[in-house]
Design a protein around this ligand. Structure first.
Ligand code: ATP
Length: 417
């Protein structure tokens, strides 16, 4: 069993391992105990290594106490001579509030880090957070990917995030702060039993569950996840997957030679890639779809259409998912395409949107060509109601594709990074 590590040593080892040469490091500070300890430990490490620190806190505008917590973070940074910024989330939240607040936090911190020139941003997740995540995911029926829980280094919203305290216990961090005589804020939502995480935390304490063992499970699962991802990437490169203008074709013969886990991984990644999504659907949600495809039935999932052909299954974008998207020519469409006319300076009113039925009625369809659902969601250049160009079909005015979905991002999506 991996015992919780001593805070200062664990942090220095993590920094040495993940960012040996970084000059400027960002710190995400909530004002709570974990990120307060992170700040002090990083300050010790920076004094030794010569790195510079920058700190930021996000006020989501959801709790009245947050302003005081951020003020405490700012005051502590000032005492340590570390520049600190307060970032405010002022968009109206949509959907799940917790998830929207978290996404906004990562986005705001990522933009801030880039503006500050920070190579990475450090987060204060602890070994206890990791153990809670494992247990939460176990209770939700997660497989290998979910149980791999949080990684010490991740990419999200275009920024590298580090969790240098993932092997350190929360108790050790609190003891470190107490020894330094440093105050921290206690977030009242940490006692709010409406949150699954809080209930899991309390259950772990009541049952005296071994935190370090649960965290070990995450490490074992992360190794398994990487091995399975590499196996799926090899299968893709050996011909199980073909790329066709933003669609993916899963080759029936090659798939039938693969084990079920690898096949599901390829299908899940195909859905993520075609939808341009940050996350794959859960593998367990795909078994039913797979059985349907084998029986020749298509499906609609994750913003994609799945078409069951004889020699290959096609994954294409679902028309309904993109029907309302319209951007000026040259701007990013559906997060993954950039199109414009070869001579676009003469056509300022040109936009990009999906071909749809209205567009299909205006063009000559290639024969043989992509199937109807794939054509429907194909991006085209329009002026008002008139289709000017469909670059994928080489139809209409000459055009340029400045950006399109890249096969390399399919392969890298299979291997955790
Ligand atoms: N309001 C905030 N401003 C800046 N950083 C924050 C804020 N809230 C959390 N963090 C950073 O994230 C770390 C984890 O915080 P917490 O466990 O509360 O978040 P979470 O929502 O569970 O995070 P995650 O989504 O990464 O699991 C903190 O130690 C801190 O580094």
């Amino acid at each position: 069993m991996t015992d919780p590590a001593a805070p200062g040593q664990a942090l220095a080892e993590a920094m040495q391992r993940w960012v040996p040469d970084a000059r400027r490091i960002g710190v995400a500070m909530s004002g709570g105990g974990d990120s307060m300890a992170l700040l002090h430990l990083l300050a010790d490490w920076a004094a030794q290594s010569g790195a510079e620190l920058r700190a930021a806190s996000v006020d989501h505008g959801l709790r009245p106490e947050a302003a005081d917590e951020i003020a405490l973070a700012a005051k502590t940074c000032a005492a340590l001579g570390i520049p600190h910024d307060s970032l405010t989330w002022d968009e109206a939240p949509a959907g799940n509030l917790q998830a929207a607040a978290r996404d906004a936090r990562y986005r705001l911190l990522s933009d801030w880090a880039q503006a500050q020139g920070c190579a990475v941003v450090c987060l204060g997740h602890t070994q206890d957070d990791q153990a809670e995540t494992v247990l939460l995911r176990l209770l939700r029926g997660s497989g290998v990917d979910g149980l791999a829980a949080m990684r010490p280094r991740t990419l999200r919203a275009g920024t590298v995030w580090l969790r240098p305290l993932l092997a350190v216990s929360r108790a050790a961090l609190r003891a470190d702060l107490t020894a330094r005589g440093v105050a921290w804020a206690e977030d009242p939502s940490n006692a709010d039993l409406r949150f699954d995480r809080v209930r899991v935390r309390q259950a772990m304490a009541a049952l005296d569950l071994p935190v370090a063992r649960l965290a070990d499970t995450a490490q074992a699962m992360a190794r398994a996840q990487e091995a399975l991802g590499r196996r799926a990437a090899e299968a893709a490169q050996a011909g199980a997957v073909r790329f066709e203008d933003g669609d993916i074709l899963l080759t029936a013969d090659a798939l039938s030679a693969l084990d079920a886990e690898t096949r599901l991984r390829l299908l899940a990644e195909a859905l993520r890639w075609v939808a341009g999504a940050a996350y794959r659907p859960r593998l367990s949600a795909l078994t039913g779809v797979w059985d349907g495809l084998e029986a020749g039935q298509g499906a609609t999932l994750h913003g994609c259409r799945l078409l069951a052909g004889v020699s290959a299954w096609r994954v294409c974008r679902e028309y309904r998912a993109v029907a309302a998207l319209e951007v000026p020519a040259g701007a990013l469409w559906d997060g993954r395409w950039q199109l414009r006319l070869a001579k676009d300076e003469t056509r300022p009113d040109v936009t990009v949107r999906a071909l749809g039925q209205a567009g299909l009625g205006q063009i000559t369809r290639p024969d043989p060509g992509p199937p109807h659902p794939s054509l429907m969601s194909t991006p085209a250049l329009w002026r008002g109601d008139e289709v000017l160009s469909v670059p994928r079909l080489n139809w209409g005015l000459s055009s340029r594709v400045d950006r399109q979905p890249e096969p390399a991002s399919f392969i890298s999506g299979l291997i955790p990074h």
